[in-house]
Design a protein around this ligand. Structure first.
Ligand SMILES: Cc1cc2nc3c(=O)[nH]c(=O)nc-3n(C[C@H](O)[C@H](O)[C@H](O)COP(=O)(O)OP(=O)(O)OC[C@H]3O[C@@H](n4cnc5c(N)ncnc54)[C@H](O)[C@@H]3O)c2cc1C
Length: 458
């Protein structure tokens, strides 16, 4: 069927950021901070993407514990966000967590994350974006991109006002799924060879948890993923899920835990029917899981569902096949890049699509605890005025483990936005940007781009 329509213009901007997750937030704030006229277009009604809408209230990848020290490798806008949240009691201060057995995930690397209050996070993200001068357009989906001679000229948007176009000089794809790349004909790869993608998860938060009882069990047994409790339940036919671990993370209130447990195999985050099925099945499974938790898991006898996420969490869909593909080997050898623009302190975490409790690269040693992301991983080969950020940058699948977590996504976004403002000023293609200037700008705002810069604090 062919459908034609004359549409109105909804404005013209220097930089158009599509998607308002942490990557899009970082890109929009950074571009506006450098003086560009920026619009951020977001499908739903808040910033934070998966972090807020899918209720994954735990930003990983910014730092790690070593002995009594904390080493931080993401600064800049992330630090500003964290400080503001701490001022309003909207996050757990990392200095207050038990570094050996943190209830914030029960592993030291998870305890080094930033647990945040969902509503305060949305508030602070908005405050910051508005402070930097970003024009926010919520409840608006980008549905197409209009291209001419290796450039996007406009994106087509749809919202309650109807269809319209937004013109831009430079565009940032922060949709997580590479939507703008797809619409403008850039090369993408979907999941693993054969198309399998990491399981999706509908998250829930429960309250009424006896955190002391739970901690007592953890410290006595170190069975932090409840494998020993799940095994007999599986044998008895009580536990019938396709995963064998239970993940609980204490939130800002001690009796409230995020249950990041259910793993929904075979959900395609780019297919509306599949997403709908994922949400319906996930909601039912959350209640089934709660029953088991209440009967069998220490500390959860009186737990109640506080909220099931309004949207399903998607770990993996498309990723860019760009100017450079960050490889597994780069991680293993701890490769440094002259055009490094962000770091992650997180590790391998890209589960097998069919066996969601299995991490194929678990145990593979890396030369450095940090992954450095080069600028070229953000650049599509086919379009000159588009940059990609967040979980869909150009990397081998396994590399998404460290790269897709939220603090690095924010840092990669900050780099993309900084670049967008600079290439706009000079009227050049993203690939011709002077990366040394981008790196200098990021550092001037407290960002960290090189391994050697990682900061230590007690
Ligand atoms: C279940 C689950 C658990 C996780 N656990 C953790 C964890 O504990 N810690 C951690 O740090 N990371 C975790 N991650 C990973 C992390 O949450 C994501 O990879 C990260 O949030 C991705 O950020 P992003 O900004 O790239 O994309 P997203 O968060 O996906 O944001 C993309 C945004 O773009 C919008 N959008 C998409 N398409 C369009 C369009 N066409 N038009 C307009 N808007 C659009 C979306 O609405 C969304 O707001 C988890 C992920 C999942 C799914």
């Amino acid at each position: 069927m062919r459908y034609e329509k004359i549409i109105e213009s909804a404005g013209e901007y220097d930089v158009v950021v599509c998607g308002g997750g942490f990557a899009g937030f970082g890109a929009a704030c950074a571009a506006a901070r450098e003086g560009a006229n920026v619009i951020l277009i977001e499908r739903d009604g808040c910033l934070g993407g998966t972090g807020t809408k899918a209720m994954v209230n735990h930003m990983l990848g910014a730092r790690r514990f070593e002995g009594n020290s904390i080493f931080t490798c993401v600064g800049g806008l992330f630090s500003e966000l964290e400080n503001r949240l701490l001022e309003i009691n909207g996050a757990v201060d990392v200095h207050s967590v038990n570094r050996d057995l943190p209830a914030q995930g029960w592993y030291p690397l998870l305890g080094a994350g930033l647990v945040f209050d969902n509503e305060k996070m949305k508030l602070v993200l908005e405050e910051m974006a508005l402070k930097y001068g970003v024009k926010l357009l919520y409840m608006t989906e980008v549905v197409d991109a209009l291209c001419n001679d290796r450039r996007i000229t406009d994106v087509v948007i749809h919202n309650k006002s109807g269809l319209a176009s937004v013109s831009g000089k430079y565009f940032v794809d922060a949709t997580g799924d590479g939507d703008i790349c797809r619409m403008s004909g850039c090369s993408l790869i979907k999941g693993e060879e054969g198309g399998g993608m990491a399981a999706a998860s509908l998250e829930m938060h429960v309250d009424g948890v006896d955190a002391e009882k739970l901690t007592e069990y953890m410290s006595k047994t170190h069975d932090v993923r409840f494998r020993n409790l799940i095994r007999p339940l599986k044998e008895k036919g009580v536990w019938n899920f396709p995963y064998e671990i239970f993940i609980s993370v204490q939130m800002t209130r001690p009796d409230v835990f995020m249950i990041n447990t259910i793993r929904q195999v075979g959900i395609d985050g780019t297919d509306a029917d599949s997403l709908t099925k994922g949400i319906i099945d996930g909601r039912k499974e959350s209640f089934d899981l709660l029953e088991i938790m209440r009967k069998h898991f220490p500390g959860f006898a009186n737990a109640e569902i506080r909220q099931i996420a309004p949207t399903i969490g998607i770990r993996e869909t498309y990723r860019l096949s760009g100017e450079y593909v960050l490889t597994t080997d780069d991680l293993i050898t701890g490769k440094d890049f002259e055009d490094g623009i962000a770091l992650s302190a997180y590790h391998w975490d890209m589960p097998d699509p069919k066996r969601p409790s299995v991490q194929p690269l678990n145990g593979v040693e890396t030369a450095s605890p940090y992954t450095q992301v080069p600028y070229r991983c953000l650049l599509p080969k086919e379009v000159d005025n588009l940059i990609v950020t967040g979980r869909c940058i150009s990397a081998e699948r396994e590399v998404l483990g460290p790269v897709r977590v939220m603090a690095p996504c924010l840092a990669i976004g900050e780099a993309a936005g900084t670049s967008a403002a600079l290439v706009f000023r000079d009227g050049i293609a993203f690939k011709n940007a002077d990366v040394e200037i981008i790196r200098r700008k990021i550092k001037a705002h407290g960002g960290i781009v090189d391994r050697i810069d990682v900061k230590e604090e007690k």
